[in-house]
Design a protein around this ligand. Structure first.
Ligand code: NAP
Length: 358
């Protein structure tokens, strides 16, 4: 089985190789701020930046690269002549503005879940299914953060031996719920340390010295939306529509970076040494597998960094065909902003000859 998804159709689905007019929808949010940082850090070719936010922030100033910008509310006229829209303002704003921006000729890379399962919209992790990016019709979806991190570890293994089933438990940080949830964790932690009663208003429960099952809506089958996103999006990205995957998603009192405990059952035994060697070379992956020192990935290892750290790769004692591993990744970065910018860079570079990108 391969990680390939959609056949390339490079006709005008690339981005021009010149400085681009870039709009950021949701520029004040956790992902929006990271997008701004990464555009600067990666010297992304920006001719003009158009930062957009909600009416709450309209008129406020935003500094970027030594320049001051005024935050605006999205408007059809603002998308005229824009080459690239990086959208991170939630599903409702994306549903409203992404089609309008695409109609105006922009390529929209959307961080929300609004279009991810639309069969006409590619769902792209550049290291896994780069060719899919070139099959877009104006909108490309950036996958769910936990799913991006997971597929970086699954894809190199799936390319070697067929996967039968994946069971994953996540340990998701406050930042996955946005900038206000991070601030709530900080302030409620202070409240608890001061002997007070932590009362949450952003998240459904206080995360301070606590954890709870993921706060996305529960479905009739008992899974929450986040868990089902992991199932459906992993299938779509990896081009494995029958993949069996079960997830349990948990919010933990970590400010930033998600972790995942992953059990992967293959069709046949997969030697640990071979899996380790594959993951050591996999693009976007950093191996942290020091059994002697009992030193494996931690959220603080990856905070503010690009790679997904993978370690504790071991034989599942209960199943000769299964491996266990542990991974941590900065979900605002690789799980959202970095992945989106890598997609844009991919569109500028043009279709890859074969395989993934480094
Ligand atoms: P956030 O910190 O709450 O930021 C939300 C942003 O959207 C703010 O800039 C907000 O502007 C803006 N906004 C809200 N309503 C708007 C509207 N009607 N028009 C224009 N802008 C509007 O959220 P976030 O964590 O950055 O997440 C943003 C999106 O990325 C969501 O769809 C989320 O699911 C997705 N995502 C997040 C993560 C993550 O780790 N945080 C990972 C992957 C994907 P104001 O400041 O003016 O309110």
């Amino acid at each position: 089985m391969t990680a390939a998804q959609t056949a390339p159709s490079p006709l005008s689905t690339t981005l021009p190789k010149r400085p681009l007019r870039v709009a950021i929808l949701g520029a004040t949010g956790a992902v929006g701020q990271e997008l701004l940082e990464l555009l600067a850090e990666r010297s992304f070719p920006v001719a003009e930046l158009i930062p957009l936010a909600s009416p709450r922030s309209a008129g406020q100033k935003l500094a970027w690269q030594g320049q001051e910008f005024t935050l605006q509310v999205a408007d059809q006229a603002l998308f005229e002549g824009v080459d690239l829209v990086l959208a991170s303002a939630g599903g409702a704003a994306s549903k409203q503005w992404a089609p309008i921006a695409a109609q105006a000729g922009a390529v929209v890379i959307d961080n929300s879940s609004a279009f991810r399962m639309d069969p006409a919209v590619p769902l792209v992790v550049p290291e896994v299914n780069p060719e899919a990016a070139f099959g877009h019709g104006g909108i490309i979806a950036n996958p769910n953060c936990t799913t991006i991190l997971l597929t970086l570890a699954l894809a190199p293994l799936a390319a070697r031996r067929a996967i039968r089933r994946v069971v994953v438990s996540t340990y998701q940080s406050a930042s996955g719920a946005g900038a206000r949830a991070m601030e709530e964790l900080r302030s409620l932690s202070r409240t608890v340390l001061d002997g007070g009663e932590p009362i949450s208003s952003v998240l459904p429960h206080s995360l301070a010295f606590n954890l709870f099952l993921h706060n996305s809506p529960l479905q009739p089958n008992g899974y929450c939306e986040e868990e089902l996103k992991m199932l459906h999006e992993t299938r779509k990205i990896m081009g494995l529509p029958e993949l069996r995957l079960s997830a349990t998603c948990v919010r933990v009192p970590v400010l930033r970076a998600h972790s995942e405990a992953v059990n992967i059952e293959f069709e046949e035994p997969f030697p640990v040494s071979e899996a380790r060697a594959l993951l050591a070379q996999a693009p976007g992956v950093e191996l942290r597998d020091d059994f002697e020192a009992n030193r494996f990935p931690m959220p603080t290892d990856v905070t503010g960094r690009d790679p997904v750290a993978v370690g504790r790769i071991r034989q599942d004692l209960s199943d000769p065909n299964a491996l266990e591993l542990w991974l941590c990744g900065d979900q605002i970065r690789k799980g959202a902003a970095l992945n989106a910018i890598q997609i844009a860079e991919l569109l500028i570079a043009g279709p890859p000859a074969a395989g993934g990108v480094a």
